[in-house]
Design a protein around this ligand. Structure first.
Ligand SMILES: Cc1cc2nc3c(=O)[nH]c(=O)nc-3n(C[C@H](O)[C@H](O)[C@H](O)COP(=O)(O)OP(=O)(O)OC[C@H]3O[C@@H](n4cnc5c(N)ncnc54)[C@H](O)[C@@H]3O)c2cc1C
Length: 483
């Protein structure tokens, strides 16, 4: 089967939905393909945190901000590893995206915008999300998109996986070959093709290969994001970037020892939210960081050097009884019970040596580590410079909890220029081929760091911009705003 379209959008997710919504303002020959049986992509799972500078909401609440300040924050947080041009293009246009999302009934939480949560904070309150997180964004995009599908302006093919791009003898992209779940092969010709197929976190082998050999520990990604966008772009002559930027969050407690596994509980390791009473040790039984290290970014980078990207939280019974909750909504007796029952990741024993044995840590080293911490705690001179040391680790039984660092996003992606055209190694564009969203890799937006909202917002923004500007071959190109 062959049919002609103005634009084909591969992926009806965070980037693909706004692209279709805006493209339909100028054409009724828009085809959207999605491998999944429903629209929405990662918005079904995402925390949906977005950041934009100079938004209407910021102005209403009296926060002065500008895209220039936003990009400076990103370059500061990422230590100049983000791509200034592409991240700059995203932040220059982010406020317009957030204003649009709010104009179609997205409601940020009442106390928003905030400076940040979970990641290194911004210098200004510019960060928002809705009550139902990513689903709150999908809830406002869905009716607009479905109306366009119903009216025939957008044609949606679910359960249809783009498997190949059609390229003419000049190397320009002229269409997409797709496989439907029923087994049929379809060829669709188009003036322009947008890859909005997300990342590769659900593709274990690809993730490991592109993440310095680290497996995808967390089972929290959209199952259809298996790296097709990156593969399609590379096969068409595109090039990849971001390989050096792999980064994970600091740690959380997994449900099982399987890889991947769901997260069971997320430890509160932000000293501004909860000062640590425990120590953290690596697989060698040694401390590797001052546990009250104030910078999220430093914590995230330090864990990268620890074997298996994991650590053990070690503490005594008095800490279990007296310290503020280590996990939100989890009581001390829940932790005690998990450890006593021998549930995965939780260990308890009458001595440090026995604890080490249960947790799979070297006993002598762990004893030395605990002794050394206790001496430092008594003399108020910690060898890592830790300042908050409420008590020593002396009151048995003793506990350890294994915490795993992990990432839910793809570091590597397709290199694009400021027209969002996929480019070759020599910088020349693959004519007719555009990309947006996580298919660009997180490294482009944030380098080797996590900057709040800098995946969802750029995905929506680039999708929207391409929808507004994507034209068949001869596109005059996107340009950065004058902000
Ligand atoms: C748990 C979690 C929390 C997150 N929290 C945040 C956050 O708070 N802030 C933030 O900025 N980022 C966050 N992220 C990342 C962010 O949500 C994603 O990077 C972003 O939503 C990806 O958008 P996308 O359009 O690139 O991909 P998606 O929204 O995943 O859309 C891709 C679509 O392409 C389809 N597809 C894939 N392959 C094909 C193919 N071959 N043919 C046709 N269709 C295909 C998929 O089915 C999917 O519908 C989070 C991610 C996760 C998993």
């Amino acid at each position: 089967m062959s049919q002609d379209w103005d634009v084909i959008i591969i992926g009806a997710g965070t980037a693909g939905l706004p692209a279709a919504i805006f493209a339909a303002e100028r054409s009724d020959r828009i085809l959207v393909l999605d491998a999944a049986p429903e629209i929405g992509g990662t918005l079904h799972l995402s925390s949906g945190q977005m950041s934009g500078a100079g938004t209407r909401l910021q102005k209403e609440k009296g926060y002065e901000d500008s895209p220039a300040q936003h990009i400076e924050d990103i370059m500061r947080i990422s230590k100049n590893t983000a791509d200034r041009e592409i991240a700059g293009l995203a932040v220059d246009n982010a406020a317009e995206t957030l204003d649009w999302i709010e104009s179609i009934n997205f409601r940020p939480l009442p106390e928003h915008p905030v400076k940040g949560q979970a990641h290194e904070p911004y210098s200004v309150n510019r960060y928002v999300w809705g009550e139902s997180k990513g689903k709150a964004i999908l809830a406002v995009l869905r009716p607009l998109f479905e109306k366009l599908v119903k009216s025939g302006k957008v044609t949606l093919k679910l359960n249809t996986r783009a498997s190949e791009l059609v390229q003419n003898s000049n190397g320009a992209i002229t269409g997409v070959i797709a496989q439907s779940r029923s087994g049929s092969t379809e060829t669709h010709m188009a003036g322009a093709v947008l890859i909005a197929a997300g990342g590769y976190v659900a593709n274990g082998a690809m993730y490991k290969e592109l993440s310095g050999g680290h497996p995808a520990y967390g089972d929290h990604s959209y199952p259809y994001c298996i790296g097709d966008g990156l593969k399609l772009g590379l096969d068409a002559g595109g090039t990849a970037w971001g390989h050096k930027n792999y980064l994970t969050s600091f740690g959380c407690v997994m449900q099982s020892y399987d890889v991947p596994s769901k997260v069971r509980w997320r430890q509160i390791h932000w000293p501004e939210r909860r000062m640590p009473w425990e120590i953290y040790v690596n697989a060698h039984g040694k401390r590797f960081i001052r546990e009250d290290e104030p910078s999220v970014d430093v914590r995230e980078h330090t864990i990268q050097d620890q074997p298996g990207l994991r650590h053990w939280i070690v503490f005594d019974s008095e800490t279990l009884r007296e310290a503020p909750a280590l996990f939100a909504d989890v009581s001390a007796s829940d932790i005690q019970s998990a450890a006593e029952k021998g549930e995965p990741m939780f260990y308890v024993a009458g001595s440090i040596a026995a604890l080490a044995e249960k947790a799979g840590l070297p006993a002598t080293t762990l004893e030395e580590t605990v002794n050394s911490y206790n001496i430092g705690q008594a003399s108020e001179k910690d060898s890592f410079g830790r300042e908050i040391m409420p008590r020593p680790i002396t009151d048995g039984p003793f506990y350890a909890i294994r915490s795993q660092a992990m990432s839910v996003s793809s570091t590597v992606g397709l290199k694009v220029n400021t027209n969002l055209e996929v480019v070759r190694g020599d910088g020349s564009p693959v004519i007719g081929l555009y990309a947006a969203g996580e298919s660009l890799g997180q490294g482009a937006m944030m380098g080797s760091s996590f900057c709040g909202g800098m995946l969802v917002t750029p995905a929506l923004t680039f999708g929207k911009m391409l929808g507004q500007r994507l034209l068949p071959i001869g596109d005059p190109g996107l340009s950065r705003s004058d902000n």
